[in-house]
Design a protein around this ligand. Structure first.
Ligand code: FCB
Length: 307
């Protein structure tokens, strides 16, 4: 059994047990990172890669495609990854963001597929610079240790996805029904209430319980109850990271009256108990600060362009 845990997301073995992590993978021929990213079962979240310099090749069974500077590639959850520097290129520098999307993002993540479910987007000249700069900025914010930086990176990522959807030709993406949005708002406003009554939700939008349950699932890809649970856990994560409140208080703020139940659900969803999650994010922040100088980011970029 392999119990080795890698702390560097650029090297194989990193767990990706996070909401958002971002970086630059600077692959140079025969260099430290010159190997294929090979994850036959994909990851649990999405990845977007932006080719910054050189070229990469993405393989799937017998097929492949190359990505050029300015190209974005989207790997949905569980989509196999097999990609690396294009054989005859000296390097491939790509920025990337790994993320668990907010539950309202489904319509923003239906990109045109290039190979199986791997999405591809090459922006027009008009927006290339804008989207590239925004993406790199998100990578930078995603690596920051400042309070709320993950929230900020998530908001910027939503902005990026919306701008991309506005500018791309694959905007067959569905837009969300107003009644579903109303339900989402209602659920967020009442997140601290322990009781969940589908009748109240249905009343809000003047539909029968079965009708709204059906429309919601169809649009959001999960039931109303599952969505609400996700929001509760997200709020709990923010409170664990950013406050000194004790676990029972946090549970209450997120609609869990029973602390044991809260801990059990949190662990099931996140893989760690609330206490361990709090500790691990504090540790991660410390490590980020230690690693920050060794991160190969903006100062190396100019060096690379010249070479
Ligand atoms: C890094 C890879 C990058 C991306 C992230 C999630 O190790 O270099 O392409 O897959 O992981």
């Amino acid at each position: 059994m392999n119990t080795f845990q890698q702390n560097d997301p650029l090297l194989p073995g990193y767990s990706f047990n996070v909401h958002l992590v971002s970086g630059l993978t600077p692959i140079e021929k025969a260099g430290k990172f010159d190997f294929f990213i090979d994850r036959p079962k994909g990851l649990n979240g999405y990845i977007i890669n932006l080719t910054y310099a050189g070229q990469g090749t993405i393989y799937r069974n017998q097929e492949f495609f190359n990505c050029h500077p300015g190209d974005f590639v989207l790997f949905p959850p569980k989509e196999p990854h097999l990609y690396g520097r294009k054989d005859d290129e000296n390097n491939w520098f790509h920025f990337w963001i790994y993320f668990r999307p907010r539950s309202t993002w489904k319509y923003l993540l239906t990109w045109e597929n290039r190979l199986e479910n791997t999405g591809f987007y090459r922006p027009s000249i008009k927006v290339k610079e804008e989207l590239e700069q925004l993406f790199i900025k998100i990578v930078e914010v995603g690596q920051s240790t400042i309070i709320y930086s993950e929230n900020l990176a998530m908001s910027m990522l939503e902005q990026f996805l919306i701008r991309r959807a506005q500018e791309s030709s694959d905007t067959f993406a569905l837009s969300i029904d107003n009644r579903v949005l109303q339900v989402c708002n209602y659920l967020i406003d009442t997140l601290d209430q322990n009781k969940f009554l589908l009748d109240n939700v249905a009343d809000k939008v003047c539909l029968s319980t079965s009708r709204i349950a059906h429309i919601f699932k169809d649009q959001m890809g999960m039931s109303i109850g599952e969505w609400q649970q996700e929001q509760r856990i997200s709020r709990a994560k923010i409170l664990l990271q950013t406050t000194q409140m004790n676990i029972a208080e946090i549970g209450l703020c997120c609609g869990f009256e029973d602390q044991l139940y809260f801990s059990r659900i949190f662990k099931k969803r996140i893989g760690l108990s609330p206490q361990k999650y709090r500790y691990s994010t504090q540790e991660q922040n410390k490590r980020k600060i230690e690693n920050i100088n060794s991160l190969y980011l903006f100062d190396k970029k100019s060096h690379f362009i010249e070479s």
